[in-house]
Design a protein around this ligand. Structure first.
Ligand code: SAM
Length: 202
């Protein structure tokens, strides 16, 4: 689901960029199973900074970075530094129906994206399908306890709106990954609010 005005402002903001580059990227890298990931997919790339982080911090040689919102892809292309043009390609794509073959990527990244899906289970199925066996899924996601505050029609939905189909608990997320042959190999909980972690496809 596309972002509303409030969340668009939060996502396309230098503070968000600072947190993603300096805190989230390094934290996920410390949880990684491997030293580098040659071919990566990013879902819901927003401003495109995640793709830069995947090259610079995770050693990717090539990143396909996708977003359902053509405006975000336009913005990401504009933001892309010249030095990374050969390595990063931005595409409009819906994570729930990826136009990619099975078993293609060494890693898939979701920087706060799966909870934005109308059907998060479909997204998990898709990211698992396109991961190679042994490939890793990096995720940072808020949990139901947090996302449910921002349902459509609530007062806080001015700041952000989260679809009902994108809400899950940690156990639901973990079980759905397992149903799709992805085992969590590293996880950090921030109370019941959010999780940062890495899953590996069997
Ligand atoms: C909370 S923002 C996160 C953006 C960026 N990853 C970041 O960390 O700053 C969620 C992003 O997911 C995108 N998105 C929402 N639903 C999507 C879908 N079904 N497929 C692909 N991208 C989607 C939105 O357009 C938005 O850019």
């Amino acid at each position: 689901m596309k972002l509303n005005l409030g969340e668009r402002f939060i996502v396309n903001n230098p503070i968000r960029a600072f947190i993603q580059r300096r805190i989230e990227g390094p934290m996920l890298k410390r949880m990684a199973g491997f030293k580098s990931y040659p071919l990566c997919l990013e879902i819901g790339c927003g401003t495109g900074l995640g793709a830069e982080i995947i090259v610079e911090q995770f050693g990717a040689q090539r990143v396909i970075a996708t977003d359902v919102d053509p405006d975000q892809i336009k913005r990401a292309k504009k933001n892309l530094p010249l030095r990374l043009k050969e390595k990063i390609e931005f595409r409009v794509a819906d994570t729930m129906a990826l136009d990619e073959p099975d078993n293609k990527f060494d890693a898939v990244f979701s920087f706060g994206v799966i909870h934005h899906m109308e059907d998060w289970r479909k997204a998990v199925r898709e990211v698992s399908r396109v991961l190679k066996s042994g490939g890793e899924l990096f995720f940072e996601e808020p949990l139901r306890e947090f996302t449910s505050i921002f349902t459509k029609g609530s007062m806080l939905s001015i700041i952000a709106t989260h679809p009902a189909g994108g809400m899950f608990s940690f156990d639901e997320f973990k079980n759905e990954l397992r149903n799709n042959n992805v085992d969590i190999i590293n996880i950090k909980h921030f109370g019941n609010i959010a999780i940062f972690g890495v899953g590996r496809k069997q």
